[in-house]
Design a binder for this molecule. Sequence first.
Ligand SMILES: [Zn+2]
Length: 103
Amino acid sequence: MQRVNNISTEPIPKPSKTPRKAPKAIPVLGKVGRARIADRRAKLKAEPANHEGYRICYLCSGWFVNVDLEHVKDASTHPGLRHDKTNHKWACRQCNDRKKNAR
Ligand SMILES: [Zn+2]
């Protein structure tokens, strides 16, 4: 039986000498960002979505997949309640924006 040699005899191209671009820097989260993510994570754990992944907006009572963590009492006027779990509720983006713009 004859063996088939598939290995090509062409020289392997050398890698280009142009310097590689540095990868984009990953934005580093500060203290506030980390706390915000921790708040959201705790809320997600405490109030799981329904079987289809929907959560209810407490302002318009609509069901949404993408919900924002809303501060019932505004965090800027009540800084002590910023990370208070009892002050967190789910709101849809529209309601959250409406509330944000109203103040
Ligand atoms: Zn809503």
